[in-house]
Design a binder for this molecule. Sequence first.
Ligand code: CUA
Length: 363
Amino acid sequence: MAKKPTTPLTRLRRRARWGGLSLLLALGSTACQSADDAPQSSLNPAGPYSDRPDQLWDLTFGIAVVIFVIVQGALVFALIKFRHKEGRRAAQFHGNTKVEILLTAVPALILAGLAVPTVGTIFDLSQEPPGAFRVKVIAHQFWWEFQYPEQDIITANELHIPVDTPVRLSIEGATSDRVDGSAEVLHSFWIPRLAGTQDVTPGHTNNLLIEGSEPGRYMGQCKEFCGLGHAHMRIVAYVDTQEDFDRWVADQSQSAAESASGDAATGRAIFNGEEGGGSQPCAGCHSVDAGVDATPNTGPNLAHFASRSTFAGAVFRLDFDNPEDLAAWIRDPAAVKPGAKMPDTGLSDDEIQDVIAYLETLE
Ligand code: CUA
């Protein structure tokens, strides 16, 4: 067969192929670059319980790269060396016992070798160090409750932990939803820069160790599909310096402000259902008392609502200077967060503004 002449069309095709490959490589490298400042990345660990799994990943990835290069190298070599030539016929045979034994034994050995550090890491990560700080986590549709039993603190969606301190999270799956009593579902707790994931099962308590080595703000996310609000079930973890953490504990332990006046006083009356046209008083579900035993606990405890930076499953930024999001949430929760279990309060715009003025006093 005569050699194909190079036409402008084949040249164009070749160029398009190289162009496509370069584009893929460029996209790949930008993805790697931006991973460093991505807020949720398990490849950018910020504590020992995320660093160990990351080391395991590095090892596995390194081995995978070596295998990839060997396999693809052999493939390219065979393609070139045994390519079609005039008068040459490919050898025809069925099976090769030696090669097949080799191709079974080598991957089996590699997997067995990888199992050693993997199993070791799993056991190490579950060893609770003495004196670990304790926090109880309860997963709800679609928000997280955090209880500090020894400090008698309760909060929602925003977790504070002291720096360089191992923390044992006892993560509990509620058996029925507090709002309507319907069966609760699976969730999964994940703050990628601080630890691996922990599945949450209704009626069970699972433990997860986390620790932050650098003070800062770390985003997390429910990682198990749990319904309409799954994507809006986020976590903010603050790794605080010991001083900041002690101050936070002292603030959160205090009872809520009683100093509401003017609009805020009106807002408090509306909140409690003593005034205004709301069909469901806020106080029917939300407590403004501090402490883990404060009731009602159907919705998140709001004793120190204004001290948080987010609300509604850490989806919206809490900003009392621009409270449009908060107003929209109070007006019709499910409209801004699909699946939200908080009912429409039926409050007028003026009443909502008064309630917001009251919420701002809950520091
Ligand atoms: Cu909770 Cu997904």
